[in-house]
Design a protein around this ligand. Structure first.
Ligand SMILES: *Cc1c(COP(=O)(O)O)cnc(C)c1O
Length: 369
């Protein structure tokens, strides 16, 4: 016997209603995900929106045929080649280094490992927008003390009891870098919690917290190969801290996925570390471009805090930032704009090559006229 369409539809509706009430839906972990910057397919755009390095990685970074043949084998779960390379590079013990799939992976692992107090963790209101996403995901209570009107972190805000502290230095997206005394002051006031300093941009002229490691076993420094080493596509990040912190992170990692680092990442990451000359050269170029471009930007009526990163966080004296952002994109130049109350007047502009920055300046001159 054939049933008519109306019957089928009504059975479907009833089933759907029952479905909507099934409790597994209440038990899904729902989160508002992090929104990464756009990765346009068109290779011809001038891409100044995600703080990538305009120069390629060191020419040493390339795979051999024998490396390819070894892809059939699992990688070393301890990632020793890369871990040892990083340890040598920074003059620390291998037991003080933890590597992961970009610093995002390392940071997520650190949140899970160290932020388990019922007290809130602390990070600035204007900062890397992944921190609140991880806090939500892992159900970590958090507070976000406000940056001061000049966008500086107020260290006094971090003196109160807390379940942990994290901030980037230089901060993102402001580019402002605090000195060693500032970082040490926060550490001195936070002996009972893990303090994470996210040094994603430290190589572009900031002062690293590495010298504080000997004194503070609750300090974790997180770094990445994505920006200064121009290897965002390979996904390599690392943390340096006391052996106790690193062991705790490794235990979490091995409870999760033993093979986070793939073979090419291990090999090529280690190669990059051997080319200090290229590393220094490209960073110098970016710093020179940052200085020159900043001066030109000022002449056009923009202001920005002094940056020790590979980007400037700039606002114009009268033009709307979002309008500039949209117009630039229509002209094939990608910048970053954050549609959030405190920073909506700003554009985050990655420092590219001189030619790319010159093209942006031409666009801005036309736009402003
Ligand atoms: C870019 C960035 C990261 C993440 O970099 P990875 O590519 O995941 O290594 C982490 N923290 C800050 C502040 C960043 O800007």
């Amino acid at each position: 016997m054939m049933r008519d369409c109306v019957t089928i539809q009504s059975e479907y509706d009833t089933r759907k209603k029952e479905d909507d009430m099934r409790t597994w839906r209440d038990n899904i972990r729902t989160v508002e995900p992090y929104t990464p910057g756009e990765q346009p397919k068109d290779k011809n755009v001038i891409k100044l929106n995600t703080n990538e390095n305009p120069y390629g990685p060191s020419p040493r970074v390339s795979l051999l045929q024998e490396d390819m043949e070894e892809l059939r084998l699992y990688p070393d779960p301890a990632a020793a080649l890369l871990t040892d390379g990083i340890a040598d590079y920074h003059g620390v013990d291998a037991g003080q280094v933890f590597v992961g799939v970009g610093s995002d992976d390392v940071l997520a692992m650190a949140f899970m490992t160290f932020f388990n107090s019922s007290l809130p963790i602390l990070f600035p209101d204007v900062t890397y927008s992944f921190y609140d996403v991880w806090a939500e995901l892992f159900r970590i209570p958090y507070e976000q003390p406000k940056l001061d009107p000049e966008f500086r972190i107020r260290k006094e805000d971090y003196y109160k009891e807390n379940g942990g502290v994290i901030f980037p230095n230089p901060n993102a997206p402001t580019g402002i870098c605090e000195g060693l005394e500032f970082v040490e002051d926060i550490l001195r006031h936070n002996q009972d919690a893990v303090v994470i300093v996210d040094e994603a941009y430290i190589d572009f002229g900031g002062q690293s917290a590495l010298p504080l490691l000997d004194q503070y076993d609750n300090l974790l420094i997180v770094r990445t190969f994505s920006k200064s080493r121009s290897m965002a596509g390979l996904r390599i990040g690392y943390a340096i801290g006391s052996p106790e912190l690193i062991q705790a992170m490794s235990n979490v990692k091995y409870s999760f996925n033993s093979y986070t680092m793939n073979r090419p990442a291990l090999l090529l990451g280690a190669e990059s570390l051997k080319d200090e000359e290229y590393f220094r050269e490209t960073i110098e170029k970016i710093i020179r471009t940052r200085t020159w471009f900043g001066e030109e930007l000022k002449k056009l009526g923009f202001t920005f805090p002094e940056s020790k990163a590979n980007f400037l966080f700039a606002r114009h004296e009268r033009e709307n930032a979002e309008d500039i952002f949209i117009a630039a994109k229509q002209n094939g130049i990608y910048l970053r704009h954050f549609d959030q109350p405190r920073v909506k007047d700003y554009l985050r502009i990655t420092v590219g090559t001189d030619a790319q920055m010159q093209a942006l300046l031409e666009f801005l001159k036309n736009y402003l006229n």
